[in-house]
Design a protein around this ligand. Sequence first.
Ligand SMILES: [Zn+2]
Length: 495
Amino acid sequence: MTKIRNEGLQNSKVMEIAFQLTEVSGPRVTNSPGFMRAANYAKNQLAQWGLVNSRLDPWGDFGKGWELKKSYVAILSPWYRSLIAYPKTWSSGTNGPQTGGVLLISAKDSIELNGYRGKLKGKVLIVDDLIHYEPDFKPNPERRTDEELQEMSELTEAENKAALRRRLERNRAQNGISREMLNALKLMAVNEGATALLSSAADNNSGTVFVLQAGPYKISDPANFLDIVIGLEDYNMIVRLLRNNTPVKMEVDVKTAFQSNDTKGYNVIAEIPGVDQNLKDEIVMLGAHLDSWPAANGATDNAAGVCAMMEAVRILTAIGIQPRRTIRIALWSGEEQGLLGSRDYVKKTFGDFSTMKLLPDYDKFSAYFNLDYGTGKILGISLQGNEAARPIFEKWFIPFHDLRAKTVTIQNFGSTDHVSFDVLGLPGFQFIQDRLRTQHSNMDSYDHLSPDDLKQSATIVAAFVYNAAMRDQKLPRKELPKLNSIDPTTGFKRQ
Ligand SMILES: [Zn+2]
């Protein structure tokens, strides 16, 4: 543990790895050139450190690659201003610069939308829906407090279930403009030759905007209409001017490129081979998702997790460990589209969640450790409902109490790659982290990474992976879940 700490805290390479993944590679949308640059860097770097079988491992069919080649969005009248604006992933382009008026769409459903038929050609579209701006007086980012961590460690299984139920109900209660109306509008826009659709949301303010996808991306899917995210301040201004019968004219010039030569999705996989004759076929895994969204370099979501995991295996090779079990690192793709890379990897390696048919390696698996909640340091770990693992993890945290890492909670964490293991009853864990991140936004950049936090995380992951590879038994497991009892994306029990 002392060697791991010294290597991780004194000789860290974590920010050099982060630089390669973010500023050298660029945005890492699955199957985009930026993703492939980062994946090839990781594959070569892991091999250089001495890991074996370092490779791009195809997991199945993903779909089209996509890259933004040019984007210029400006208001020309009533006066000039260029906008903070990002086309959503898998949007089509404009075929050169287009100027045209903005059309305010005041329809509330697809029947009212029929009134706009024949009027969309050459227009930029905006839905008549002012977005409420709520000033945020809380500091951002925030560290978790000792009281909050104490509460997490004392949470009971019953309280955890009740909290999950409340969260599901809250999610169900949320709704904005109807998706059905929006889809009908986009279809009409394509058919009539409109230029673009402007989108926004309450979180898109103060210069930060969140950019996801315009629509599906399979080879068989038609091209998506150009859907551009802008800040709510500009969105509301355009809506107010149009409501006031002041015409708004815009120029939009967007070029996007699609790649359809190779539609397979790839994870990066590499190993430190085990040396114990009886245990070397058993596997301890660590990982994080390598893919990101396109508006920045995906620094906190999730180059942070990837660089900490890569640094963890670098630490272990640098101090020359001889693990009893094989240690396998996985850098996933397609996470942002629904944990696709990890789910299909688990399916082809350990067993199929949709049938609960298990493969021979299912019994050789010990545990998977994941990092995906940003750049914040590790404060503890979620048991994912696996109470038998509590005393093991409590012991493993003892050498790191001075770094604030000690909380073990029964609480379930969801919506990232450990869920792909958990749904099959395999021990998959996500660490508790400080909430410091700017995920999915145009500000998810290198400068938002916190170097000391990443060094701490990599060191603790290295220790956990080492302990799991060396202990006499594999980690304890929960019961095999019943078929279809868990949502495979969120990881939460189906109601
Ligand atoms: Zn993520």
